[in-house]
Design a protein around this ligand. Sequence first.
Ligand SMILES: [Zn+2]
Ligand SMILES: [Zn+2]
Length: 328
Amino acid sequence: MYAMVLDSPGAPLRSDERTEAPRPGPQEISIEIRACGVCRTDLHIVDGELAHPKLPLIPGHEIVGRVASVGSEVSGYRRGDLVGVPWLAWTCGECAYCRAGRENLCDRARFTGYDVDGGFAQFTVADARFVLPIPSRWEDVEAAPLLCAGLIGYRALRLSGGGKRVGFYGFGAAAHIAVQVALYRGQSVYAFTRPDDTHGQQFARSLGAQWAGGSDERPPEPLDAALIFAPVGPLVPAALAATAKGGTVVCAGIHMSDIPAFPYDVLWGERIVRSVANLTRKDGEEFFAMAEAARVRTVTTPFPLAGANEALDRLRDGLLEGAAVLVP
Ligand SMILES: [Zn+2]
Ligand SMILES: [Zn+2]
């Protein structure tokens, strides 16, 4: 099997030819990968901004593929089923978080393409209990970004308080999906891009944003909530300043540059700043049901598997509209 492998953070991925595809354990399924999205978290891992990945590592946690074989203890999946593998690869089921239905915070959680090999490959194995069935509404490539960008965006939106006016800082893969869910829920969308990114602002308007501008601008009305998808700490005080009393600012990324000091005034008035970490399997079920109802479409740029480094470079340089997806 062919795979793209990270040997050490900071270096490009290496293409690797293996004589055998991984075999599923008793509770695992083996998957022939049809598409795997490239997420900003992959970039943080490759660039060394997230500590202690498994090495060598096959990155990728937005996997869409067909079940190739099932382990002896797996029920509910058959060869040929279309499935998705998200970031959450395994949780312990025993810690206080798991027992409280907050498995996204599990003390011993393992993550796809970080603690276990992911989807920048032709085949992978995954614990069947953490795999999501993929509805047939979407093409393989179109479905891939839903597995992380879509899921995390949904969780961020869900935890942002349900107010009418929602701001999106950083208009990439996650925002372009979450915007469609927000509009379906009857919310108004305000898009903030890099100050000179008129193309991105146009893209946001084409998806239904009521207003689009630079992240250094104030929206025409104060926001009820703001979701930050760009890994840029100074956006936190900027978003708070654009948010009305009682509003929530959600940091949706796994990594962010330092947040600068800011006057207490911008937090005063019961404004909330919070992060969103990982996802639960329940988020996955809810999100796919809502994405189907909202008829979510994704904008993708496909790359061959061997083009993984180019896809990561384009993501790093902010040169992608929507999401990059690797096709083996
Ligand atoms: Zn746990
Ligand atoms: Zn991700």
